[in-house]
Design a protein around this ligand. Structure first.
Ligand SMILES: Nc1ncnc2c1ncn2[C@@H]1O[C@H](COP(=O)(O)OP(=O)(O)OP(=O)(O)O)[C@@H](O)[C@H]1O
Length: 221
């Protein structure tokens, strides 16, 4: 809604179909968590996902990222598989996904290194508001918010087409949260499709043209 898209990005977006989920279902531990869900995530926009705790928001992100088995069909810009590196996920609990033995520098630069690209850890740290002095620390030596910023730096280094964000501001103070949202808006303006899972309905309303609300009665608005 508040995203400004550049002309070059508009041209690229015209060629992209977005992520489309049709009739998607996920079962975990013998229970149906997501049932017959349809969703379109356009490139270059924010798409919101809200809903009470336990309604399956994280599970849906994991299905979109190919991290959990699902029924139904998900396509990525018209293809049944996403190109390598096209999807980045910003996890709700960074400590659960970061290797505790790696430094923040390695966490940030690993995706680009795997893709055979150089990345500037200091520049990425500064972009996400992380003091570069922290780059040589391990996850156990920084705060949750600092680790969350390192994970955002990692996502930026990956240069994804879609960024799946699970409560990206929940662990941040208000100033840092605004900074992260501003970075996400810059990415959207550059053509990245942003999925924003959040309990912060004000944020979702302000940023998302379309919002899916999971719960007993699913709503798309
Ligand atoms: N690996 C698993 N095995 C069995 N059940 C699971 C598993 N992972 C999640 N669940 C269940 O699936 C449901 C949805 O969980 P999920 O984490 O997707 O919800 P959520 O909407 O993201 O919640 P929150 O807002 O609290 O983060 C919950 O009832 C949860 O207990």
């Amino acid at each position: 809604m508040t995203t400004t898209t550049t002309t070059a990005a508009t041209d690229r977006l015209a060629l992209r179909d977005g992520i489309r989920a049709v009739g998607v279902g996920v079962r975990l531990g013998g229970r149906t968590i997501i049932d017959d869900l349809d969703l379109h995530i356009p490139a270059g926009q924010f798409t919101g996902i809200t809903g009470e705790s336990g309604t399956g928001k994280t599970t849906l992100l994991r299905a979109l990222a190919g991290l959990v088995a699902h029924s139904g069909r998900i396509t990525y810009d018209g293809s049944s598989t996403a190109r390598t590196g096209a999807l980045a996920m910003l996890a709700q609990h960074p400590r659960q996904v970061c290797n505790p033995r790696w430094t923040l520098r390695t966490i940030i630069t690993e995706p680009a290194a795997i893709a055979g690209r150089d990345s500037d850890a200091v520049a990425l740290a500064e972009r996400v508001g992380l003091i570069p002095d922290l780059l040589d620390r391990q996850p156990g030596q920084v705060s949750d918010g600092q680790l969350q910023r390192a994970c955002l730096g990692r996502a930026l280094a990956q240069q994804p087409d879609y960024l799946l964000c699970d409560e990206p501001t929940a662990m941040l103070d208000p100033v840092a949260a605004r900074g992260v949202v501003a970075i996400l808006a810059e990415l959207a303006a550059d053509g990245v499709g942003i999925v924003l899972v959040s309990h912060n309905l004000g944020l979702v309303r302000a940023r998302c043209a379309h919002t899916l609300t999971l719960g007993r009665t699913r709503r798309i608005g």
